[in-house]
Design a protein around this ligand. Structure first.
Ligand SMILES: *Cc1c(COP(=O)(O)O)cnc(C)c1O
Length: 627
């Protein structure tokens, strides 16, 4: 394709009404036919094994019937009880239609059933995974010659892998002290615990023949070391996969310190600084810091740039730690900031670029990104590692997570087998499974992610345009809610408020009855609405489906207070009840950016909202909860 600015989102998906059915089917058939030919063409001198005579047996026909009947049953189950993510009436979890390119790529590669654990199990798809790893690096601003990336099962395993890196790397200076004391002779225990990632890896390079022995004396084998490694700092908005990771790796939940977040639900940098100071003043080291880019509940983007500054500040004081970014949700959004050569676009040129590439249909109406968000995305390149989920904002089918590391030597700290050779001339391990948490893994998901990246490069000309459509839809939805004075339902006026000005494409909101100051009642109204507008009831006839979450004081401190106040609830109520129910709408569907479509569905959804609120009010009335 010559004109790289010519990506049309309408041609990327099967479509809410399967509008691109013919195109999809044509290519599905093509990939299947070519696979069949491939089977036949391998040694054409070999004849059929399942001969016509064998295929005429009664048992053969019965077996075919059994498969067909199963398919009928399966289809019924799927059509009657799966979430209609594809619909314009679904604005809930991080899920929507997936790219045709990736579905077709998945299907094609699935027929070949490659196992990317080892190169010899799947030469073609292993190479594709290597290329995807390079794409991940480019996306994050990491040099793919010195960095590395791979596809993981999901964001949870990517996060687990990053903590595995942190744990082993932090313990390696102790192992060196044991195995090769001559190279760390002068160092105190505190200095060993505060070596930077780079210095640790450099030390390892000095004693290549002792590398395996050192690894075998690290936290991998010496469990006593784990208790010395210090605290892992995560924001209150952390995904619960961090709890799982700490549990599995023996770090222990007690070693996690949750850093408070501000009113934007971003990690509070002042609090972070004092936690580091307080912890290290007690001679407890910092194992690592995790920032979140696109928090799971709010889409909030932590101040990555300020954390980098803080890291530098502490480095000068001899305090070093690993820095990971959990960008499972937000990583692909970095495409919005990269030009076609993957250079980070200067802030004052963003608007012009968005116009040039028609990233937004109505550029003037959009005030995204904020300066904070811009700076955070720019600084992602400084992290030691980054979690990336293609199966979220990459619009590819499950299961596809990913991780990328700034210094590829990091992966040697978790690898198994002494022989970590790479296939000649390429940057792909012969045994990928030796460097990753997963063993056997589908070549199909690598093909699927690769296919998506091929059609949509990870920059402004590709994913930028798709994610731009999602952000534009989110902006329209946000404005729509904020312009809504009240919904008139029965004899009440129902107000609706948004949680924050979104950093990304997640819009959280809650209802209240005008004049109501009782937080319990407000929560019952919002939660009652969720029950009507969710999978809980009448899935197939539902006119609007969303998701929800609860922000509690235990988890978030007083960060939600400002929002609760905006809804008309006083502070004493917040303190008394201690949690607020909110609706959570991930505006990931790119088709809302078209004004006509937006208006059409906005009308349908508004009607559905009033209907659902009416049901909830009636229920509250029956239970004498309304005055
Ligand atoms: C979704 C998410 C995860 C977990 O990813 P999975 O692919 O669901 O395992 C981790 N962190 C964040 C911030 C997420 O949004």
């Amino acid at each position: 394709m010559e004109n790289k600015k010519n990506i049309n989102v309408d041609a990327l998906f099967l479509g809410p009404k399967a509008e691109n059915e013919e195109f999809f089917l044509k290519n599905l058939t093509k990939m299947f036919t070519e696979h069949s030919q491939w089977r036949k063409n391998f040694h054409p001198e070999d004849g059929d094994v399942i001969t016509s005579t064998r295929a005429r047996k009664e048992s053969f026909i019965d077996t075919q019937c059994k498969t067909e009947e199963m398919l009928e049953e399966l289809s019924c189950k799927l059509r009657s009880n799966m979430m209609p993510w594809h619909s314009m009436r679904y604005i809930g979890h991080m899920n929507t239609d997936t790219l045709m390119a990736s579905l077709l790529g998945y299907f094609a590669a699935m027929l070949y059933n490659g196992n990317n654990c080892a190169y010899e199990g799947a030469p073609a798809t292993t190479i594709l995974e290597g290329e995807v790893g390079e794409d991940f690096c480019r996306l994050c601003g990491i040099d793919s010659d010195t960095g590395w990336g791979h596809i993981s099962l999901d964001g949870t395993t990517a996060n687990l892998e990053s903590l595995w890196y942190m744990r082993n790397i932090k313990s390696i200076p102790f192992a060196i002290k044991k195995v090769a004391p001559e190279i760390v002779e002068e160092m105190t225990e505190w200095e060993l615990l505060n070596l930077s990632v780079k210095d640790t890896l450099d030390l390892l390079e000095k004693v290549p023949d002792k590398f395996d022995k050192i690894k075998n004396n690290s936290a991998r084998c010496d469990a006593n070391l784990i208790t010395k490694l210090g605290k892992l700092l995560v924001p209150k908005t952390k995904h619960y996969s961090w709890l799982k990771a700490a549990d599995i790796l023996g770090i222990g939940g007690d070693s996690l310190i949750e850093v408070p977040v501000d009113e934007h639900f971003r990690m509070d940098i002042t609090a972070l600084k004092s936690i580091i100071e307080e912890t290290t003043s007690k001679n407890i080291p910092i194992l690592g810091i995790v920032a979140v880019v696109g928090s799971t509940e709010e889409g909030a983007v932590d101040h990555v740039d300020k954390i980098i500054e803080l890291k530098e500040y502490f480095r000068k004081k001899g305090i070093n730690f690993y820095f990971h970014i959990d960008a499972a949700f937000g990583s692909y959004c970095r495409s919005m900031f990269l030009d076609e050569d993957y250079n980070f676009i200067p802030e004052n040129q963003l608007k012009t670029k968005y116009k040039e590439y028609e990233v937004f249909q109505n550029c003037e109406a959009i005030n995204w990104p904020s300066h904070d968000v811009y700076k955070a995305f720019e600084a992602i390149k400084e992290a030691d590692s980054i979690t990336i989920d293609p199966h979220k904002m990459g619009y590819v089918p499950y299961a596809a997570g990913g991780i990328c590391i700034k210094d590829k030597r990091i992966k040697d700290c978790i690898s198994y087998f002494a022989n970590y050779t790479f296939e000649k001339g390429m940057d792909i391990p012969v045994l990928l499974g030796a460097f990753t948490l997963e063993g056997s893994k589908p070549g199909a998901s690598a093909a699927s992610v690769w296919a998506a990246h091929k059609v949509l490069p990870l920059n402004i000309s590709g994913y930028g345009k798709l994610i731009g459509a999602s952000i534009e839809g989110a902006n329209m939805f946000y404005d729509r809610i904020n312009n809504q004075k009240t919904f008139k339902v029965l004899d009440k006026n129902i107000t609706v408020k948004t949680l924050v000005d979104p950093d990304f494409n997640m819009i959280n909101f809650a209802f209240n009855i005008e004049g109501n100051t009782d937080l319990k009642l407000m929560n019952e109204l919002t939660h009652g609405f969720y029950e009507e507008a969710s999978f809980c009831t009448k899935l197939f006839t539902n006119e609007f489906i969303t998701s929800h979450t609860i922000l509690s004081r235990d988890e978030y401190g007083d960060s939600p207070l400002k929002f609760v106040n905006t809804c008309g609830i006083p502070e004493e109520e917040w303190k008394r009840i201690g949690s607020v129910s909110i609706l959570r709408a991930t505006c990931i569907n790119p088709f809302f950016s078209d004004e006509k479509t937006f208006n059409e569905y906005n009308e349908k959804i508004s009607k559905a909202i009033v209907n659902d609120l009416e049901i909830v009010l009636k229920k509250l009335n029956q239970n004498n909860l309304l005055n």
